[in-house]
Design a protein around this ligand. Structure first.
Ligand code: ACO
Length: 422
């Protein structure tokens, strides 16, 4: 038995043999299949890149059938219970969990870069009072490239590292400023005495400088764990945007702004916002059958259900359910959780969802927790983006240092007019 694929082109009767490596054929081999010398050659048609590997990656492993998610080999369940978000960020970027000394160094580096240039603050001020915080986040991340022009030198490892630190450090500050802006409240500057997530909560909830606020340790831990769960998810839509823009050798701020823009969409990171709107619209358990009926008639989607990769369960969803219980002990029970639980129960017994392998994904429960913590719905995708930043950066770094990578430039099947004259 050889590791190859033999293809017969029934148009010509010719046989071709292509090597198989890592259960994959090289897509450009297909171009050798031609009906004539001037034929362009065979292509594969794959909208949504459903069956196309675009890179080799050593960062995140997912087995969608078995519901397995691992970062650098460590199961997500273990990382969620034993590590902090900054440890996980270090792991994603460097391949190993940090030693105590490495973690101290990493934490202090991140802490030193949490401040935003005052001109960035002015830029954020310019947004309308009701601007969506995700729009503010995307624009502000993009604007950072003009503050750090050296970031263009993407092949210099030290320059890369500096921008990675800046982006992870500044995300909570940008996110908190966006929220404060929408509420017309003064910005609260980073407090270097607090850890990453406590500092974020402090910037969000402390009314202003000089006033008192102490982040609740249970809420801080819960949010930190949510960030871990969102930290990477291999070649998802936003990571693909990060890599695609990065393949043009753009600076990491421009790439990250593109990734955040992809995340904003309701089919991706914007789903958590849509789940909450849907649960509020349902309101009471009695209205669930009506919603299920609309979904089955194809009139709408059950937001927070279904996943391109997970076809059994989303392991993050299981962990999030437990976090919800911890959070509710502090905040009181969010009544929407009961609607969500009942919706999940009914959906998982229904053949429509069973036959299509549709299960709750990470976004089904995360929004309920964020809401219980006091975040407005519009902030949900922003919180997702804060958590996902280390993953985007790890994937971008891997791509920049991968000799196999090329400018992303897909093909098309042209369906327009042949040459015509006016
Ligand atoms: N509600 C109802 N039906 C659904 C749903 C849903 N949430 N998701 C998929 N389906 C149906 C489709 O209509 C299709 O049915 P059909 O075979 O009768 O046409 C079938 O299930 C297969 O769905 P596809 O759209 O082909 O699956 P795909 O892998 O392209 O979609 C996606 C994955 C986009 C996540 C989809 O399940 C969806 O839109 N879910 C709702 C949005 C959501 O929760 N997104 C968050 C994803 S997780 C993340 O990004 C963090």
């Amino acid at each position: 038995m050889s590791d190859s694929l033999t293809v017969t082109d029934n148009r010509t009767g010719k046989h071709y043999e292509f090597p198989i490596k890592d259960s994959t054929i090289d897509a450009t081999d297909l171009r050798k299949i031609k009906v004539s010398d001037d034929d362009f050659g065979l292509m594969s048609f794959d909208p949504g890149l459903k069956n196309t590997a675009v890179c080799r990656s050593a960062i995140t492993f997912i087995d969608g059938e078995k519901g397995i998610l691992r970062y650098r080999g460590y199961p997500i369940e273990e990382l969620a219970s034993k590590s902090s978000f900054l440890e996980v960020s270090f792991l994603l970027l460097n391949g190993e969990l940090p030693s105590k000394t490495e973690l101290d160094g990493w934490t202090s580096e991140i802490t030193l870069h949490t401040m935003l240039n005052e001109n960035i603050k002015k830029l954020m001020d310019a947004f309308h009072y009701d601007a969506h915080p995700m729009g503010m986040l995307i624009s502000t991340i993009a604007a950072l490239s003009s503050f750090y022009p050296e970031s263009k030198n993407i092949f210099d490892p030290e320059v890369r590292r500096k921008q990675i630190v800046r982006l992870i450090a500044k995300m909570p500050t940008i996110a908190a400023f966006a929220l404060k802006h929408s509420r017309g409240l003064p910005y609260v500057y980073p407090d270097n005495e607090l850890n990453y997530t406590e500092n974020f909560l402090n910037m969000v909830y402390r009314p202003s400088h000089g006033t008192q606020y102490k982040p609740d340790p249970i809420l801080a831990k819960a949010l930190d764990t949510l960030f871990i769960l969102h930290a990477d998810h291999e070649q998802n839509c936003s990571t693909n945007a990060m890599r695609a823009v990065g393949s043009a050798q753009s600076d990491p701020y421009s790439c990250a702004a593109a990734a955040a823009a992809a995340l904003y969409g309701p089919l991706h990171g914007g789903a958590n916002e849509q789940v909450l709107r849907m649960l509020r619209e349902i309101g009471t358990k009695e209205k669930i059958p009506q919603l299920i009926q609309q979904v089955k008639e194809g009139k709408r989607k059950l937001m927070g259900f279904g996943h391109r990769v997970y076809k059994n369960f989303d392991p993050r969803g299981k962990i999030i359910k437990n976090i919800a219980e911890d959070v509710f002990q502090v905040t009181g029970r969010n009544p929407l959780i009961d609607v969500a639980l009942e919706l999940e129960r009914i959906a998982l017994e229904d053949d429509y969802f069973i036959s299509r392998k549709l299960y709750p994904n990470v976004d089904f429960y995360s929004g309920i927790i964020y809401e219980a913590m006091g975040f407005p719905t519009s902030m949900f995708p922003v919180l997702f983006a804060v958590g996902r930043m280390p993953g985007w950066l790890a994937q971008w770094q891997e791509m920049v240092t991968d000799d196999e990578q090329k400018l992303v430039r897909p093909r098309q099947i042209y369906t327009g007019h042949q040459k015509r004259t006016i």
